[in-house]
Design a protein around this ligand. Structure first.
Ligand code: WT7
Length: 660
């Protein structure tokens, strides 16, 4: 395969300038300042990061060498000693932040807890001491399988405190998924809870842990620490299981932070590939601390007066970097919420914004599209005037969803920070800086200073303006994944050998299709695995989906290719409708024509299928792979364990009477 061009078909011309007052007070307050930072970092990446590392982090011992790049292996700040929990906790205790709220936590049933930095420090030290008593020591791995309660963050920090690496497994994953991950990480202990509240039900986490460990399936695990949350009945295995509330009172509240090498393993986080078993993405200490700290500070213009809320779960990288480490390292106040919007409480997000006066709100396009479908009355009934910055992550945001977010939530006052990044990148890679970057709906705008992003073809040749290609990063950055846990070969093949290195230039391959416009703005076109080839034109899924969503009747859409004798592939669009709209043959014809009007005849869907819901992963991404199987009439193949709701697939398979 040599010609990889992905054709770009959708044009979006609206731009939004940063609000003047916000810009004036921002950490980075103009495009000129951004460009200066960008050029400085580009000219001397190591020098750029070293200066920030000295300014922004506390070190037990300075580093000897900023960057050691032996492609594809990067080491940052070698020789340096630090502990990320010292930067997240201890250093704030000698300032006025000692009694500042670190976490404001809101439980699904409406209970709440506020933890100041001093209180959080105390709890982390206690759990760290308990872990030591359980036999966990520096270098061990600990599995964390928790609901969204403060103890989830405390568990992560307690591990990091003593130099044990955590491997958080999202609480929505099954016992089997948990087992596979614990086995791969050779975890010595597991931290869990009796259960968690999710969508008005109790999720029995401890039972799943028991199931995962049954029959000595994970021989490395010796102890299980159990936090009481739901008070549901659980079985405690004698000699293995320990209740946190029983040992917490007597645990010493002081546990010095273990001095860690910069490159010591901080955590493993598993991410599912489209094929094969999940990859254990490896992140290390210093570079990750620095990069999450800086990106949050600049991209969300984080100030001491902010009440910052990221709606992700700590089980995802977003939760790791931007609920726990990034906010705490900056001494911020972060809201943590156990609930998710659900039929019994569809307005819960706006209640939380109003209740705590949230100033920075960060969520995902899938949530935004769900809110659009629920109508404007819910947000309009709440006071959202505290908000000053909005963020989005996880998928390309359709321009129409962007505009709704801007108008209905941000009241045309709040810049939208569209952050493109990955589990592997550790932190934001493409993002506006809200006081500097004019935004364009649907674009993650420009690279963060120090990130040499490009769009290239299969041979590494840069694409022209508005020409589609592969999104790559051409220089290592501090929070880049170091390897795939236990599988160096997979690390090389997946990320560094898709595009062959040339003349010492290595390309980090992100797996996303993208284009860059004449202003240097990046537009993500979707995963390259999802690209559709119609009569020799390679089309990204994103643009056709956005065209469909721009029709008033459409809530969400997913397009996939289906083998076609004539065209190579034909476009099949799965569509969910807005509350008021009715499915009909006329509407199908209208939607096909709408895509033709928006994009052109080349993108005309061969078939429209109405659906009640689309199959999504537990983190909200549409699983186009499954839809591809359905569209071509094939059996569903490959791993479906990350699917959020199996019934969605069954309904799609049966096909509703409205489907063609
Ligand atoms: C993939 C990474 C990083 C946190 C959550 C997801 C897609 C992510 C954006 C965005 C367009 C995006 C990409 C990327 N993605 N953010 N702002 N615009 N696409 O982490 O599960 O590792 O997924 O999510 O396809 O490669 P992840």
């Amino acid at each position: 395969m040599t010609d990889i061009t992905i054709e770009s078909v959708l044009q979006e011309n609206r731009t939004f300038a940063p609000p003047t007052a916000l810009a004036q007070a921002a950490h980075v307050s103009s495009m000129a300042q951004y460009e200066e930072l960008y050029e400085k970092a580009k000219a001397d990446p190591a020098g750029f990061w070293a200066e920030l590392a000295e300014q922004e982090l506390d070190w037990f011992k300075p580093w000897d060498k900023v960057l050691d790049w032996q492609p594809p292996f990067a080491k940052w700040f070698e020789g340096g000693k630090l502990n990320i929990t010292y930067n997240c906790l201890d250093r704030h205790l000698t300032t006025w932040r000692k009694n500042k709220a670190a976490f404001i936590w809101e439980g699904e049933p409406g209970d709440s807890v506020t933890l100041t930095y001093a209180q959080l420090h105390r709890q982390v030290c206690k759990m760290a001491n308990v872990l030591k008593d359980m036999g966990v020591s520096k270098g061990d791995r600990v599995g964390i399988y928790m609901p969204m309660i403060p103890e989830a963050a405390i568990a992560m920090l307690a591990c990091a405190r003593i130099g044990a690496a955590h491997s958080v497994v999202f609480g929505g994953f099954s016992a089997e998924a948990l087992r596979d991950r614990l086995v791969d990480a050779k975890a010595k202990a597991v931290i869990t809870a009796d259960g968690g509240f999710r969508k008005d039900k109790v999720v029995h986490l401890k039972d799943a842990v028991d199931q995962a460990l049954a029959d000595n399936a994970v021989p490395s695990v010796q102890k299980v620490l159990v936090v009481q949350r739901t008070k549901s009945e659980v079985t405690m295995a004698a000699g293995r299981d320990i209740w946190w509330h029983e040992v917490e009172p007597d645990a010493a509240a002081d546990c010095p932070a273990e001095p860690m090498d910069s490159e010591d393993l901080l955590f493993i986080l598993y991410t599912s590939g489209s094929t094969g078993k999940p990859k254990g993405v490896v992140h290390t200490t210093a570079g990750y601390n620095l990069y999450t700290h800086m990106t949050l500070k600049w991209a969300f213009d984080l100030k001491d007066t902010d009440v910052y809320w990221c709606t992700a779960d700590v089980g995802w990288i977003t939760g790791h970097s931007y609920i726990v480490y990034g906010p705490l390292s900056n001494g911020a106040t972060a809201v943590m919420y156990e609930g998710v919007p659900r039929p019994s409480n569809p307005g819960c997000f706006w209640d939380v914004v109003e209740k705590y006066g949230v100033t920075i709100f960060y969520t995902a396009p899938t949530a935004i599209r769900a809110f659009i479908k629920m109508g404007n009355d819910l947000p309009n009934a709440r006071d959202l005037s505290s908000l000053r910055i909005l963020g989005t992550v996880g998928e390309p945001i359709n321009p129409e969803a962007w505009i709704w977010y801007h108008k209905v939530i941000g009241k045309e006052r709040c810049p939208i920070v569209d952050t493109w990044w990955q589990t592997e990148t550790g932190g934001f890679m493409l993002t506006p800086l809200p006081g500097a970057t004019p935004t364009k709906p649907g674009s993650a705008t420009k690279p963060f200073p120090g990130i040499l992003a490009d769009v290239v073809d299969m041979n590494g040749k840069p694409a022209g303006d508005d020409e589609g290609g592969y999104l790559v990063i051409k220089h290592p950055w501090p929070s880049m994944l170091r390897t795939v846990y236990g599988d160096e070969d997979r690390f090389r093949k997946t990320y560094w050998e898709q595009i062959e290195p040339k003349d010492g230039q290595y390309f980090y391959f992100a797996g996303d299709g993208a284009r860059r416009d004449k202003d240097g703005y990046f537009w993500i076109m979707g995963r390259v695995d999802d690209v559709i080839n119609v009569s020799g034109h390679r089309l990204g899924t994103m643009e056709i989906e956005s065209a469909l969503v721009s029709h008033p009747a459409v809530a969400e859409s997913a397009v996939v290719g289906r083998p076609d004798d004539l065209k190579g592939e034909d476009i099949v669009a799965f569509v969910t409708l807005e509350g008021g709209a009715t499915a009909s043959e006329d509407l199908k014809a209208e939607l096909k024509q709408h895509v033709v009007n928006e994009i052109g005849a080349i993108a005309r869907p061969g078939e429209i299928r109405f659906a009640e819901a689309l199959p999504k992963t537990r983190s909200g991404k549409i699983m186009r792979r499954l839809l591809r199987n359905l569209a071509s009439g094939a059996e569903i193949a490959g791993d479906t364990s990350t699917l959020e709701d199996r019934t969605v697939l069954d309904k799609l398979r049966q096909g509703d009477p409205e489907s063609a």
